[in-house]
Design a protein around this ligand. Structure first.
Ligand code: BES
Ligand code: MN
Ligand code: MN
Length: 463
């Protein structure tokens, strides 16, 4: 029998090769053209889970992309860990900004990853992090180290809002029963400062359409006399925040939970260098809501951002035109206790009220999700903390993240479980961006840490 460290030494090349194979499949959930690759990725995950020691595995259809479910039940009286992850990835655009093709993984060294990092779409978010759990499972079953029952639920619609998961979870409630849910789809502070994510923001995502005249117009003949939807849209968007970068939608902050001075002071203790932050992003200054620190702006405060804006002529050279239509995609990141459905309504009402009579406005809600915050005085958190102590020799820092995983609050509501977010990515790994990568060190450290979670969780549950 090998220790996890010995097992990693013997198998790490294969663990890397297998991840590379999975990363070659362009499982882009947003684009219907990749439906076949989505199925291919789901089948591959199922096959790897069976090889890793699961007894049952299935590719379970949904009206969208399928969910891969697998389990190994060793004793009904032992606790059950449910592992969640996602096999879908973000679209890789803009392609020309990638140094190597997004679905042809390459290993390169970087300043932060001198051991090398795998560059590919999905390497960190979330195939690489999800696959750590598959390999940890392999280790445990091969070395007689699996102390409890395990279930895996690996979905294919996370990057498009987990639209059908609500339905799927309700359909499979019995099957999903568990004592804790374990997820690696977030990050940690740095390689020498481990952290556990204790909060995620919610989300409301909308698309807006502003229509002026019934056709594109000559900007000389009509310019100045007829509304230009792109100008109007820009003005409307500019009014959504004030000079303090507060969001101006009436009622937007009504349910925002305000942290106590004590909680804020605790947050400020987390290691963070504003200078380094700016340097890494190549910006002279940061930007955000007055009265809050950069860490707070990115985690405990809500936001409103334009994700994309288009209309009119964007081809080569110049075309003199007043566009008939202008569009924008807008996201609002939400915090406890904001309700994304309510916020979407507030946005719609306010945005429509901002439109002058010279244009028509349509607000189309896309998707959303609830925020999540988890306490740290649970067995799940304590077991995770103990696991990091084993492999990092340090107590991890609890930290709320700014990202969203809509399924997490749904899990809590439907399955009444606590969710433990053990992320091993770094903010600099460029998830959703060109040149996404995942450090080999982080990948192996994740595989090393996960079995300790199972061990401590099972032991702590017996007491
Ligand atoms: N894994 C991310 C979320 C994340 C990343 C949380 C890093 C914390 C730290 C996830 O895949 C993601 O990108 N979620 C989307 C939400 C979804 C509804 C499209 C997001 O946050 O934009
Ligand atoms: Mn993810
Ligand atoms: Mn993502």
């Amino acid at each position: 029998m090998d220790s996890i460290k010995e097992y990693l030494d013997k198998n790490k090349d294969r663990f890397l090769d297998e991840l590379v194979d999975l990363l070659k499949i362009p499982s882009i959930s947003a684009d219907p053209a990749y439906k076949g690759d989505m199925l291919k990725a789901a089948d591959a995950v199922k096959a790897r889970l069976l090889e890793a020691g699961c007894d049952n595995a299935e590719v379970s259809p949904t009206p969208g992309h399928p969910v891969v479910y697998a389990e190994k039940i060793i004793d009904k009286n032992l606790p059950t860990v449910l592992v969640y992850g996602h096999y879908d990835v973000q679209p890789p655009d803009p392609l020309d900004l990638w140094d190597s093709p997004p679905f042809e993984p390459v290993i390169k060294e970087t300043k932060i990853h001198p051991e090398g990092a795998i560059f590919a779409r999905g390497s960190c978010d979330d195939k690489g992090q999800m696959y750590m759990h598959v390999k940890a499972m392999e280790y445990m079953t091969q070395n007689d180290e699996l102390p409890c029952n395990v279930k895996f639920m690996i979905e294919g619609e996370e990057e498009v809002g987990s639209e059908h998961l609500d339905w799927w979870i309700k359909e499979n409630k019995e099957k999903l029963q568990n004592d804790v849910i374990l997820i690696s789809d977030t990050g940690m502070i740095s390689k020498d400062t481990p952290s556990i994510t204790t909060g995620l923001r919610g989300l409301s995502y909308v698309e807006v359409e502003v229509t002026g005249a019934n056709r594109d117009l000559h900007s000389g003949l009509y310019g100045g006399a007829v509304a230009n939807p792109l100008n109007i849209l820009s003005q409307m968007i500019a009014q959504l925040t004030d000079e303090n970068n507060h969001i101006t939608i009436p009622g937007f902050y009504d349910n925002v939970e305000n942290l106590s001075d004590e909680e804020r002071a605790k947050m400020a203790e987390a290691p963070f260098s504003l200078e380094e932050y700016k340097e890494k992003l190549d910006i002279k200054d940061v930007h955000g809501e007055k009265g809050y620190s950069t860490l707070e702006r990115g985690s405990i405060r809500p936001t409103l951002d334009v994700n994309g804006m288009w209309g009119g002529y964007i081809g080569e050279g110049a075309k003199t035109v007043l566009p008939s239509k202008a569009y924008a995609k807008i996201s609002m990141r939400l915090v406890p206790d904001q309700d994304w459905k309510e916020i979407t309504e507030l946005f719609k009402k306010h945005f429509e009220s901002l439109a002058p009579d010279s244009v028509k406005v349509e607000v189309k809600p896309h998707h959303g999700g609830y925020p999540y915050v988890t306490p740290i005085d649970t067995i799940g958190y304590q077991a995770a903390s103990a696991a990091y102590e084993e492999t990092f020799g340090k107590t991890p820092i609890p930290q709320r993240s700014g990202g969203s995983i809509p399924i997490v609050s749904l899990f809590e509501k439907e399955l009444k479980s606590k969710i433990i977010l053990m992320g091993f990515g770094l903010d600099t790994d460029a998830i959703h961006s060109p040149n996404e990568h995942f450090g080999i060190w982080n990948y192996l450290k994740g595989i090393e840490t996960i079995p300790w979670f199972y061990k401590h969780f099972t032991e702590m549950s017996k007491k």
